[in-house]
Every structure is written in C-alpha cells, then in structure tokens.
Design a protein around this ligand. Structure first.
Ligand code: HEM
Length: 409
C-alpha cells in the first residue's frame, strides 16, 4: 500500500486525531499489513482477528515465541509471569487454572461484586454531583479511581481502609512495567512495586487458609475442580494478574465512554432519557470507542500464509480492535455510533480460550459509571479542549486529565 518515500500508515495513525479512516483504508487495501518500524503484522479484518484468537496451530499467546523476545532478568516479576503465568504452561494448565478460577465466580460471589461496584461508584460520584458551573476532572476524580478500588475490594487486597492509597499507586506502577514501550526506570519502579505487593498477597492467602472470609482470595483458596486446588503461588500470580488486567483497562473504558458520549450529544441524551439502554450503550462504546493503534498480540508458532502474506515463525501479529469493530462485513454502518445497536460478536475482550475473565465485571463497572455520570453531568456540559497526553504509550493514548465544564443549573 505504501511506496518507499511514503510514511507507513500505521505510524500515521499513531499521530492521527482520528485514526479510524486510516484503519479503514488498511482493512480495504492491505488487511494484513507489515509495519517495519515495529516489526509486526497489523491485522484489521473482523473474521481474521476472530479466527486468530482461536488458532493455536498457527499462533501462540505466549510472548516467548516472539523472535525478538529477550527474557527479563532471573528473579524478576516479568520473568516469573512469563514462565509461570496463566498462559505460559501450555493449554492444559491454562484451562485447569481457568476452570478453578471460574468455580470461584459463584452467583453468590458475583452478587457480592455487584454490591461492591455500586458502593465504590457511589463513593466517588456523590461528591461530584451538583457542581454546576464548575470544571471537574472526570479522569483524576472518577474513571481512574474506581476500577482500582473495585479490584481491591473484590480481591480483598489490601483490607478496606488499610493501605488503599498505597495499593493504588503500587498497582499502577506495576502495570506500567508492562506497557509495550516501557522505559528502564518504569520497569524498575514496576518491579519494586511488585516486590512490595506480592508478600502482601501471600500473607493474605496464608491467613485466608486459616480463616476464610467473604472475599475472592478465600474463594480461590476454596476453589476445587476434580479434586484439584490452586497452589499459593498460583493464587499470588492470579491476584497479580487480576490487579493488572482489571484496573487500567476498565479505567480507560470509563474514560472512552465519557469522551465518546460527550462528542455524541444526541446519543447521550437518548441514554439519559432511557436508562434501560445502559447495557447496549456500553456494548456500543466498547465497539466504537476502543480503537486506534491498540490491539492484542499473537506470535506465529510456525510459517503460514494469511490473505496472501507469508507470516514467518516467531513474527508478531497485532490484532486490531478498530479494524475488527469498524468492519462493514461484521457491523452495518460501522462508523455510525448508535447506542441502540447492542453490538454482538465484540472482540475487545478477546475470543476463545483466553477470553477475558473480567468481561462481565468490566461491563457492569462501565454501566454503573455511566449511570452515575448522567447524574453528575447535566445536558449542555462539555469537554474542555485543552487535553494533555502522557508521553509513554500504554494500551491506549492516555490523557493526563479530563476536564469537563459542568453546565449551569
Ligand atoms: C474494559 C475493560 C477490559 C478489557 C478491554 C479487557 C480486555 C481483555 C482481553 C482482550 C483479553 C484477552 C487477551 C488475549 O487474548 O491475549 C483479556 C484477558 C483477561 N482479562 Fe480482561 N479486559 C478488561 C477488564 C478486565 C477486568 C475488570 C478483569 C478482572 C477483574 C480482567 C481480567 C482478565 C484476565 C484474568 C484475563 C486473562 C484470561 C486468560 O488468560 O484466560 N479484565 N482481557
């Protein structure tokens, strides 16, 4: 699609205000596109993305299959997660751990989580209500705070009130060590954060073995499947994974949700008038808003061909959310944002054996945040245009704050 002096379209979309037209063009003209600067294939068709989530013969999730993989130092968190993590010990081990974790997500546990989400959302949203005529930071005071506290309540780490603020910063520091282009100092800070968090979780596991309580760690300790149980190490890894996988993603989800609705006033007023639309609005936001350069990585387990491209063993493939979710063969009028659509076959939580364990939780959190947001922000409120962005790339381009002018009463 490019000639030699044209800039690679993937690099263009990294900088574009609206990357979707470029993604759409790639899907039409070059749906499996090689990005030489980063050394990966950018895959943009819905059916290819979905199939690759379910294709263990050709692709692996384990990043040790990547041709440029260099192991982190012995004894580090990243090395431990790469070698012992849920996805690193073959499909049988992975499905055993998934079965055990799923058996901890009983209806009783899910009911408890719903209550915890509501309490946490109320705690952060009530002080923001009635601030007519003011500018409020809906990122710093709302979307960034909630998922972290929810995950801490759900896992029970740390016990309520005890070290919550420290936990929030440790969790965030740990996650930054996994950002695709993390710098050396962010990696070192993340490792130090994990060194502080892990003993906290380990002590809790030991304590819950002695005296179980109403929390997820107790449920994981009690989980049984065909006479098997999770080991202490597996629980520490899992809780770390839940903290990592559940905070930043859902915080970004909340932010994307609010931003998208503020840019589509008619749809915002539609959900305000009919809150029965909350679940389908969340699905449509997950379809429409999660995009740009972000995607999920897979690594070729052998040489194979895809849409005429020769993929070599060890190469990385980036499965594009925006590519899949704006594909007209999967969604009619894909570039129209319609909260009544109730989008199906979403790939933002993956698909197949590694499908996100927190998908329902994330949807619930987002619906609850949206419900509260409608009570914080009356019609006529608007996003200020002076957004600043973080330099380091996470899964998404992240603003440093999100100032919203709340309309006067
Ligand atoms: C909007 C929010 C979220 C998004 C977009 C998201 C996205 C994803 C995706 C795409 C995967 C699959 C990765 C792959 O196939 O390689 C995944 C896996 C996972 N997610 Fe989420 N997630 C979200 C929220 C959460 C939450 C709240 C939790 C937990 C509390 C969670 C826990 C997990 C876990 C444990 C896995 C690994 C599953 C496995 O290996 O079998 N996620 N997530």
């Amino acid at each position: 699609m490019t000639n030699s002096d044209e800039r690679d379209p993937y690099l263009e979309l990294l900088d574009a205000d609206d990357p979707v037209p470029l993604v759409n063009r790639l899907r039409e003209e070059d749906p499996v596109h090689w990005v030489p600067e980063f050394g990966f294939w950018f895959v943009t068709r819905h059916d290819d993305v979905k199939r690759l989530f379910n294709d263990p013969e050709n692709v692996e999730r384990d990043r040790r299959f990547w041709e440029h993989y260099t192991p982190a130092p012995e004894g580090s968190m990243r090395r431990w997660l790469d070698e012992e993590g849920m996805g690193s010990q073959g499909p049988e081990h992975h499905s055993r751990v998934r079965r055990l974790v799923s058996s901890a997500f009983t209806p009783r546990a899910i009911g408890r989580m719903e209550e915890q989400i509501r309490e946490v959302v109320d705690r952060f949203s009530l002080p923001l209500r009635g601030r007519h005529g003011e500018v409020i930071d809906l990122m710093g005071d709302f979307t960034s705070r909630i998922p972290n506290v929810v995950i801490s309540r759900i896992t029970g780490v740390p016990p309520a009130g005890d070290g919550e603020v420290r936990f929030a910063s440790l969790a965030q520091e740990m996650i930054r060590a996994f950002f695709p282009l993390a710098k050396e100092d962010a990696i070192a800070t993340g490792e130090a954060a994990f060194a502080e968090l892990a003993p906290w979780v380990r002590e809790m596991v030991a304590e819950r073995r002695r005296s179980p309580r109403e929390d997820l760690v107790s449920d994981l300790v009690a989980a049984r499947d065909r006479d098997e149980a999770l080991t202490d190490d597996e629980i520490v890894l899992l809780v770390t994974l839940l903290i990592g996988a559940g905070s930043e993603t859902t915080a970004m989800g909340g932010l994307i949700m609010i931003g998208t609705l503020l840019q589509h006033e008619r749809e915002l007023e539609r959900v305000r008038e009919d809150r029965g639309l909350l679940p389908s609005a969340v699905n449509e936001i997950l379809r429409f808003g999660f995009g740009g350069p972000a995607g999920i990585q897979r690594y070729a387990a052998r040489d194979f061909s895809l849409r005429g491209q020769q993929i070599r063993k060890g190469q990385m493939l980036m499965l594009s959310f925006a590519g899949a979710h704006r594909d007209p063969s999967a969604y009619p009028d894909p570039n129209v944002f319609d909260i009544g659509r109730d989008a199906k076959d979403l790939l933002v939580f993956g698909n197949g054996p590694y499908y996100c364990l927190g998908a329902n939780l994330a949807r619930q959190e987002m619906a609850c945040m949206l419900d509260a947001f409608l009570d914080i922000v009356p019609p006529g409120s608007r996003l200020r245009e002076d957004l600043q962005f973080h330099e380091e790339m996470g899964l998404f381009k992240r603003p440093t704050n999100f100032p919203v002018e709340v309309a006067k009463a």
